[in-house]
Ligand binder design. Structure first.
Ligand SMILES: Cc1cc2nc3c(=O)[nH]c(=O)nc-3n(C[C@H](O)[C@H](O)[C@H](O)COP(=O)(O)OP(=O)(O)OC[C@H]3O[C@@H](n4cnc5c(N)ncnc54)[C@H](O)[C@@H]3O)c2cc1C
Ligand SMILES: NC(=O)c1ccc[n+]([C@@H]2O[C@H](COP(=O)([O-])OP(=O)(O)OC[C@H]3O[C@@H](n4cnc5c(N)ncnc54)[C@H](O)[C@@H]3O)[C@@H](O)[C@H]2O)c1
Length: 483
């Protein structure tokens, strides 16, 4: 049986047409067009269906919506409406979310297990030789084609004491038995921004420890500094602080954590809480697959290298999603899964993935959404660009909502071609409002056409997009159009 990494009886061997590693986005590949393919689907996760469904996009946003509701009294009071938040029922929120998600995951697993042409293996897999995969129980799978959809896992920082201290991650924090009274969040990215909103809205006292001078440092400066200031009004932000050490504590109230942090001048201080949430990024899972044994090259920071067709450096092996994409976003993994699916079915006429305009959104409060270049990136590239900026407060719907000027839409455009090159939003419904801007960039619509070539419903919130486009110093006259 060759180079096994297990002890035990002689294992089984299977040959299939296609082997998919990862039941997240990889699971969307087999449809009825693959009914005459023999397929092996391998996943080692505790829940079938990958990150987005079980511990990612879907449950987090199901936590965000009740958090937005819990903040309604704050939003309503300045408008003359007194609301009171009586209580947040953590167990009811949690059980609604997982009462919905867990059966979907289980049904998905059952469906695949019962599919006549699919063998489902719920084990860890790694390559032992060219196009030969070995599972934890020693089963070997050879395949004509492989799809690596193995995702990413949480990066745990090397902090003294952390390994000996109970802590939470995004994989675990959503299933806590009780709402924490106090929480320390380490990190200043997506996960920190979203959970700081969720838990503080539910009533947890949240402290966020961030290495840099702001959260969401990859956003445009006008957005990230604004977001940091606004979140700082609701939670205790320790900017420019590093984690020195962590240790478990026990008080009358129960077990907890003590975290020593150091500020920019080296001054040390101590934070305590009942829960520590580590939110310091994710690393791709390629390193756990022994990819060198099958000729798959791994590039910078451990991401599997792929070409425009999602092909790895090994013939017949494709990769998609977090294992190969620096973006680590579900809509990117979904797009790439569609590309891989097409290319498996059409090997003679493959299609390319489209990575030109990848948007993202942070579902915090306020929401943040962006696509394209930040102003700093445009400057660094030496591009000629113009800026259009509009506060929500300058639009009729902004007046209705009592907007004060904190929330903005900022656009960058090329003054020669009038093409948008970047869009950055912070404010209500940013994740939805950005869509016409993504559309304009994707289809090459000029900014002046976008503003004046269609009706914008008055006085809807989307007028802030229209007005931001009109604020770009371009010639917006376009005869014969609705406006
Ligand atoms: C808290 C959180 C919130 C998020 N929110 C959003 C959001 O709002 N919007 C958004 O676009 N993205 C969001 N994301 C990111 C998104 O979830 C991921 O980009 C996406 O799920 C990645 O999909 P994938 O198919 O590449 O990998 P996954 O869905 O992670 O699937 C990989 C699967 O492969 C299995 N696996 C890995 N290695 C092996 C192996 N060697 N053998 C067997 N099985 C293996 C894993 O167990 C896993 O089930 C969020 C992520 C997190 C953590
Ligand atoms: N709305 C969304 O689309 C969404 C939501 C959540 C997560 N995600 C995805 O999940 C990924 C993981 O999210 P995340 O917030 O964990 O990662 P992130 O990359 O967004 O942020 C990581 C943060 O941790 C900090 N950090 C890294 N190492 C550290 C260390 N040793 N000590 C202290 N701080 C450290 C970084 O400076 C950064 O602030 C994201 O990259 C994103 O793609 C997306």
């Amino acid at each position: 049986m060759g180079v096994g990494w297990h002890d035990g009886p002689v294992p089984e061997t299977h040959h299939v047409d296609l082997c998919i590693i990862g039941s997240g986005s990889g699971n969307s590949i087999p449809d009825e067009r693959f009914d005459d393919w023999r397929i092996a689907l391998v996943d080692d996760g505790p829940h079938f269906g990958g990150t987005c469904l079980n511990v990612g996009c879907i449950p987090t946003k199901m936590y965000v919506h009740p958090a937005d509701l819990a903040r309604m009294p704050e939003h309503a009071a300045p408008l003359g409406v007194d609301l009171t938040l009586d209580q947040v029922h953590w167990d009811a929120i949690r059980d609604r979310i997982f009462g919905r998600i867990d059966p979907i995951s289980a049904a998905g697993e059952r469906y695949r297990a019962e599919s006549p042409n699919i063998m489902l293996f719920r084990q860890h897999a790694r390559f032992v030789s060219d196009k030969t995969l070995e599972l934890a129980d020693g089963t070997q799978i050879t395949a004509d084609r492989f799809v690596l959809a193995a995702g990413s896992r949480i990066r745990i920082p090397d902090v003294p004491g952390l390994a000996e201290t109970p802590y939470e991650t995004s994989d675990t924090v959503m299933r806590l038995a009780e709402l924490p009274r106090e929480m320390i969040i380490a990190g200043g990215g997506y996960v920190a921004a979203e959970f700081a909103h969720v838990f503080s809205a539910y009533g947890t006292k949240v402290t966020v420890v961030v290495r840099g001078d702001r959260l969401l440092r990859h956003e445009d400066d006008d957005i990230s500094y604004r977001f940091t200031r606004l979140l700082g009004e609701r939670v205790d932000l320790r900017l420019q602080h590093t984690l020195c050490s962590v240790r478990p504590t026990a008080t009358e109230a129960g077990p907890g954590v003590s975290v020593e942090i150091a500020g920019p001048d080296g001054t040390r201080s101590c934070l305590t809480a009942d829960v520590l949430l580590v939110a310091t990024g994710r690393i791709p899972n390629g390193d756990l697959l022994d990819l060198d044994r099958t000729g798959v090259a791994v590039g910078e920071n451990g991401y599997v290298e792929v070409d425009d067709y999602q092909r790895t450096t090994a013939d017949g092996i494709f990769a998609l999603g977090d294992v190969s994409s620096h973006c680590q976003l579900k809509h990117v993994a979904n797009h790439e899964a569609r590309v891989v699916q097409y290319n498996l079915l059409h090997p003679e006429a493959m299609m390319k993935a489209d990575h030109r305009f990848i948007p993202h959104a942070v579902f915090s409060s306020p929401q943040v959404a962006a696509v394209g270049l930040t102003e700093t990136e445009a400057m660094d590239r030496g591009l000629d660009y113009v800026v259009g900026l509009k506060p929500y407060a300058d639009t009729a719907y902004g007046w209705a909502m009592g907007e004060t000027g904190d929330h903005i839409v900022k656009l960058l455009a090329d003054p020669q071609t009038a093409q948008l090159i970047g869009a950055h939003l912070i404010g209500p419904e940013a994740s939805s409002l950005i869509q016409p801007l993504i559309q304009a960039m994707s289809f090459g619509l000029r900014a002046d056409e976008l503003a004046r070539g269609q009706y914008w419903i008055h006085p809807a919130m989307a007028e802030v997009i229209e007005n931001a486009v009109l604020a770009l110093p371009l010639d917006h006259r376009s005869p014969g159009n609705p406006a």
